[in-house]
Write a protein that binds this ligand. Structure first.
Ligand code: CA
Length: 365
């Protein structure tokens, strides 16, 4: 990378460029000049080709290759095929891979504010997340948060509103949360802990076995489409809603900043535009497939669909406010992001009350 920059800076000719091309490593230009070709790696936190999430990353790579006429070629790796799920952030920061696809809340141990860019309990819907990120200052804050790691984040998908999760035993009251071992990443896990449960963080690929063997008592994953694909209904019978912890989870593309800056301007724009296109496409896919899969789970697999008891949701909401306020007291960036996010959410409520919420309440069957 440095050598190519040097050659470009000195304005050397084709012979020098060809020499550089011969000594390239993966990720560097194969041919210098206007026809430069780049071979990149994209590591993901998803099982290989997992419906919606993994296939969305593959579609991202396919479109980039097509739009760039093959000048930017991206090889996609699932969880563990090259890098384990929870190490992809470091892999891209170090340049081991140029890109990753995952969810920002996995990195809350590195960046306290990261969950805001994926999902926060009782937070924004998918539509509101896009509005905040693209038109409410959210994306600028996200990019500021990742800049010290040499990373450029971009929204690249959304699961829409998630489900509350799978429980091996019925959840009747707050008392049933005591000691409950539940897979839940992000700030939702911290809220659960305050409610007396024991949150566990597991990558998607390990959830089914943990639930089936009873190593955990409950899990959330995504929603009907993805939960059906994992067969979670075979390991637990009770399926709760709503997904209070993830009302509209944005998925992320993270790009090594130095690698991104080495791309010509048109390829940079192709990366940005394709990420935005996948952001839309994935939400549309999840919305359509979730509706189908919910019917399959209930009608064909006899899943017991239940709302969370109102007192459980009320307590989780109280605890969520506490978790956010306390984190803001510990971390200045978290406090700034919370301020932006809260201001935006407050602005949305009166509008949505007379728009989507009012309309859905009156639409009927
Ligand atoms: Ca989830």
């Amino acid at each position: 990378m440095q050598r190519r920059d040097l050659i470009r800076g000195l304005g050397l000719g084709a012979a020098a460029a060809a020499t550089a091309a011969c000594s390239r490593r993966d990720g560097e230009a194969r041919v210098a000049g206007p026809g430069q070709r780049f071979e990149w790696k994209l590591v993901t936190t998803w099982p290989p080709n997992f419906p919606g999430l993994g296939t969305g990353a593959v579609e991202f790579a396919r479109r980039i290759e097509a739009c760039s006429g093959g000048r930017l070629s991206i090889r996609v790796f699932g969880d563990g095929e090259f890098i384990p799920a929870f190490e992809v952030f470091d892999a891209v920061a170090s340049g081991t891979a140029e890109m990753a696809h995952g969810a920002a809340y996995y990195w809350k141990g590195k960046i306290a504010a990261a969950p805001f860019f994926c999902a926060v309990p009782f937070g924004l819907t998918a539509q509101e997340m896009n509005a905040w990120l693209y038109h409410g200052g959210g994306l600028e804050l996200w990019q500021e948060a990742y800049a010290p790691f040499g990373l450029l984040p971009l929204p690249c998908g959304s699961s829409g509103c998630q489900m509350g999760g799978w429980f091996r035993r019925e959840l009747r009251s707050l008392a049933d949360l005591q000691g409950l071992k539940m897979r839940m990443p992000g700030l939702g896990g911290e809220v659960l802990a305050r409610a007396g449960a024991t949150p566990v963080t597991l990558p998607g690929s390990e959830i089914f076995t943990a639930l089936q063997t009873g190593a955990i008592d409950a899990t959330e994953w995504v929603g009907p489409y993805n939960d059906l694909a994992f067969g979670l209904h075979k390991a637990a019978k009770f399926y709760y809603y709503p997904g209070w912890h993830e009302p509209g989870s944005t998925l992320e593309l993270i790009v090594n900043r130095q690698a991104f800056d080495s791309l010509p301007a048109d390829l940079q724009e192709i990366v940005r535009t394709t990420a935005a296109a996948i952001n839309d496409r994935m939400l549309a896919e999840f919305t359509a497939r979730n509706a189908e899969a919910l019917q399959t789970l209930v009608n064909e697999h006899g899943v017991e669909l239940r709302p969370f008891p109102p007192d459980v949701l009320a307590r989780l909401q109280e605890l969520s406010v506490e978790v956010l306020q306390e984190a803001a007291g510990r971390d200045a960036l978290f406090a700034r992001v919370l301020e932006s996010w809260q201001t935006f959410r407050r602005r949305m409520d009166p509008y949505l009350a007379v728009a989507e919420r009012a309309m859905l309440n009156t639409r009927g069957g």
